[in-house]
Design a protein around this ligand. Structure first.
Ligand SMILES: *Cc1c(COP(=O)(O)O)cnc(C)c1O
Length: 458
């Protein structure tokens, strides 16, 4: 279906939605380092991980060899209720910037959860149901992942217990109500329902909580309740696998119109949307077929790649989850209250960490005031109200487009617009009132956190 006129929105036909996920690791010569059990200091095995995660997801987590993995029929059927998502040409943004660059964005906010997270939630809930489990536990920071998992569990008739970072629980009552509407039980974290929660509350009474702490509580609840497993919305390689649908769809539809991106930009929290977006493109690079410029954008308040170190770290505050070799600020690092809640994680997915280490991926960070300004510009010219997380990618793409304006190059830029900003109106209110504060951690604060990292290397 080669078509010379390029529409505003590039849409795949429904039957063109990819039927398999793509596993970047299969094409990596240097594989990401194995995840390690904190109890043994040894690489995690299928048996180690099965009490925590669903069987099939553990297989995916440890699978470094299969390039393509079938998307189960039930997951595919659900995908069709909100996919394919559009690739949109940002004509008005190009005009506003006066750039010769061609800007495209892949919009993942077109479902009730409001973000790309439903792509992995539906897969994880499916495997839990297929295994005959009763329910899943998880954590949520800003609320997007908890909402996505609540929707997915409702679809497959599973129980869903969400530990929500207390600060968000209080600030975002409507997020909480969406989750409860889908049947999820939502508990503010830290809570008195787990031993880890109790210990943290004893040490830090009145704390607003953190993602690392909520993860520990969710894992403890999963392993101490029959028929439950734990589910994580980012960071893990299985999540990156599920999110490859974003890049596969983008590539399929751009191929159909003979469009090749020169630069691909995404925001990076735990790294899943970015890794998913770049997946089939970076596959070409790893196989020596074509090079792309790939750019990760993170908040200056939580700069895991740009200011962290590449080493083994705990993925949670309670140190019960597997340890991951990744770019990290240290699991003790508590990022300042940036409004891009989905990007406030101390580490980064191991595949992206390795690609960054190998010079295949670039990274940069921005202040939240400039991020909100970019989000506002985008909202005004393109009409879509972006999530603050997504606005990091918008600013990254705008910076590249403005660079093209200087050099006169008509590069093609693709960026990931991961979600909508409707649940972030408190943050937008602060921005509109001129009350956004930029936080940048000191070298000393990062050093102190990194000094507390476990000293292992394999
Ligand atoms: C969670 C989230 C992110 C960041 O998560 P990644 O795993 O890094 O993709 C980005 N944007 C939105 C809207 C989110 O909800």
């Amino acid at each position: 279906m080669k078509n010379p006129t390029i529409p505003n929105r590039l849409m795949l036909e429904e039957d063109m939605i990819p039927k398999q996920w793509y596993n970047i690791r299969a094409d990596m010569k240097k594989k990401p380092a194995p995840i390690v059990m904190p109890q043994t200091g040894k690489p995690a095995t299928q048996q180690d991980l099965e009490p925590v995660f669903c069987k099939e997801l553990v297989k995916q987590e440890l699978n470094n060899t299969d390039a393509f993995i079938d998307i189960p029929e039930e997951v595919y059927a659900y995908f069709k209720t909100f996919r394919p998502s559009p690739v949109v040409r940002a004509y008005r943004l190009e005009k506003a910037l006066g750039t010769p660059a061609k800007i495209y964005y892949k919009f993942e906010g077109n479902n009730t959860s409001g973000s790309h997270k439903l792509n992995s939630a539906i897969a994880q809930a499916y495997y839990a149901k297929a295994q005959g489990l009763k329910g899943l536990t998880t954590e949520t920071g800003a609320g997007q992942w908890g909402t996505a998992l609540a929707m997915a569990c409702a679809h497959f008739d599973l129980e869903c217990h969400v530990y929500m970072v207390k600060a968000s629980f209080e600030q975002k009552p409507y997020r909480r109500e969406v989750m409860r509407t889908y049947g999820a039980q939502v508990t503010p974290s830290p809570s008195m329902t787990t031993s880890i929660g109790k210990a943290i509350l004893e040490k830090h009474p009145g704390t607003g909580g953190s993602l690392g702490c909520a993860i520990s509580e969710a894992v403890e609840t999963a392993i101490s309740n029959e028929g439950y497993r734990y589910s994580l919305g980012s960071v893990l390689n299985q999540v990156v696998l599920h999110q490859s649908i974003i890049g596969l769809e983008s590539k399929a539809v751009m191929d159909a119109y003979d469009i090749v991106p020169d630069i691909i930009v995404g925001c990076a929290g735990g790294g899943s949307n970015l890794a998913g977006l770049i997946a089939p493109f970076v596959g070409e690079t790893l196989r020596g077929e074509r090079d792309y410029r790939l750019i990760a954008v993170e908040p200056a308040s939580c700069p895991s790649m740009t200011r962290g170190e590449y080493r083994y770290d705990y993925s949670d505050t309670g140190n019960i989850c597997p340890m991951v070799k990744m770019y990290t600020l240290g699991s003790h690092f508590i990022p300042s209250p940036d409004h891009a809640g989905g990007l406030r994680y101390h580490g980064m997915n191991p595949i992206l960490s390795e690609l960054y280490q190998d010079g295949i991926l670039e990274a940069r960070s921005y202040l939240q005031s400039e991020v909100f300004k970019a989000g506002q510009t985008f909202a005004r010219v393109e009409g879509l109200l972006p999530a603050p997380e997504s606005s990091h990618a918008i600013l990254g793409a705008m910076a590249e487009a403005l660079h093209c304006k200087e050099t006169g190059e008509a590069k093609t830029i693709l960026f990931g617009l991961t979600g909508t900003g409707y649940f972030d109106m408190k943050a937008y209110q602060k921005y509109n009132d001129g009350d956004i504060v930029d936080f940048v951690p000191s070298d000393e604060a990062i050093r102190q956190s990194l000094d507390r990292l476990p000293k292992i290397d394999l």
